[in-house]
Design a protein around this ligand. Structure first.
Ligand code: GN1
Ligand code: MG
Length: 360
């Protein structure tokens, strides 16, 4: 096992000796390892890219090159200190690419950002910081000309497309699980039309696409020792999309008093303090480029992304768990139920959220 990793690491120009290679993080898609040197310092992050999901690794890695160099340039122009801790640095392999293909798998290596930490659970203060961080991230990337960044997963946050996949899964009933989840299927169907507003507004020319991160989880931000934001990580899904993706996905993951896969649904609720703090931080940075329509839709974005994730987990459950890594047999069903509970809680808080956004 270790020899395989060493062979891969040898394709990159490491300036340190490898002592240990250990699993790192808890993503659902890629495999991530931490590379530790002889002094016990974590120096690099090695990732095997899941190329069944990111089928065009060239496009993926080119997006990442554009995004990281764009951010680096912006930070340097601002005279920002400590730039190396505020943007990820990927290593170039011996063949000149920013990844290595071993004939079977695709690998990449980036520098571990020293003295950084991430959080799974956050406080209102961290939420406010995260709102500013993702707002600033969108803002920094907003001047990348159209067409430069491509969709690393086509139609990734396109609700109409996700519903189409869902309906195919229902139709196929590949794992024979449909009757067990019919109630949930009906709940999804009942909301389907009202959840495709963005695609409709876009066709009517009232909403345009912007560069989004598309995976705005709390643990995709690195903070320094004092809880100040260093940088945004996990750049695989940075691509053009609708602006509500990033706001909504943060509320879905950060403003949940329970876990994404909580089996105790009583714990799953929207945390309004986290919502308010995030909205405030986000709008502090993003108000300058958002339209009034986009701002008014922010609470809708929280419902939309939670609905979309419920649909995606349920689709995977119906398909027999072919997409998300699962850690127990009915994991996707547990996730579906927890996300649906969160959606109900967001629906109940709708008025309070709208009022808050309006008075900000
Ligand atoms: C996946 O692997 P991770 O946790 O970064 C998924 C997201 C989902 C999330 C659900 C490429 O992200 O879209 O929201 O799981 N990423 C992809 O927690 O599908
Ligand atoms: Mg991710």
């Amino acid at each position: 096992m270790k020899d395989e990793y060493l062979h891969i690491l040898n394709q990159f120009d490491l300036d340190d000796q490898v002592k240990e290679i250990v699993p790192f993080g808890n993503g659902h898609i890629n495999d991530t390892l931490k590379i530790v040197n002889r002094d016990g310092e974590a120096r690099y992050v090695l990732q095997r890219i899941n190329h069944l999901i990111f089928t065009q690794v060239d496009i993926l890695q080119d997006n990442i090159r554009v995004v990281t160099s764009h951010i680096r340039k912006k930070l340097e122009e601002k005279g920002e200190p400590d730039v190396d801790r505020k943007v990820l640095t990927f290593l170039i392999a011996k063949d000149g690419k920013n990844y290595y293909y071993d004939g079977e798998n695709y690998w990449r290596v980036c520098l571990m950002i020293p003295r950084s930490q991430s959080f799974e659970k956050i406080t209102p203060e961290l939420s406010y910081q995260a709102g500013k961080a993702f707002g600033e991230f969108q803002q920094m990337l907003s001047d990348i000309p159209e067409g430069v960044l491509q969709e690393t997963i086509p139609n990734f946050h396109n609700m109409e497309f996700r519903l189409q996949q869902f309906r195919e899964a229902v139709e196929l009933n590949a794992a024979g699980r449909l009757s067990e989840v019919q109630g949930l299927v009906d709940e999804m169907d009942g909301r389907a039309e009202s959840m495709c507003i963005q695609e409709r507004l876009c066709r009517e020319g009232k909403l345009k696409k912007r560069i989004n991160h598309c995976d705005t989880k709390v643990n995709n931000i690195l903070f320094d020792e004092d809880g100040r934001v260093l940088c945004v990580i996990d750049l695989d899904t940075v691509m053009p999309g609708f602006v509500l993706s990033d706001f909504g996905d943060f509320i879905r993951t950060g403003a949940n008093t329970g876990l994404e896969d909580d089996e105790d649904l009583v714990r799953v609720q929207v945390d309004m303090d986290i919502f308010k703090a995030y909205a405030k931080g986000y709008l502090d940075r993003a108000r300058s480029f958002l339209t009034p329509l986009e701002i008014s839709l922010l609470p809708y974005g929280a419902r939309l992304l939670t609905y979309m994730q419920t649909v995606r987990f349920l689709t995977d459950y119906l398909n027999g768990d072919t997409y998300y890594k699962i850690h127990k047999p009915d994991h996707n069903l547990i996730r579906t139920k927890a996300q649906f509970k969160l959606l109900l809680s967001l629906e109940a808080a709708r008025g309070e959220m709208d009022d808050f956004i309006n008075q900000l």
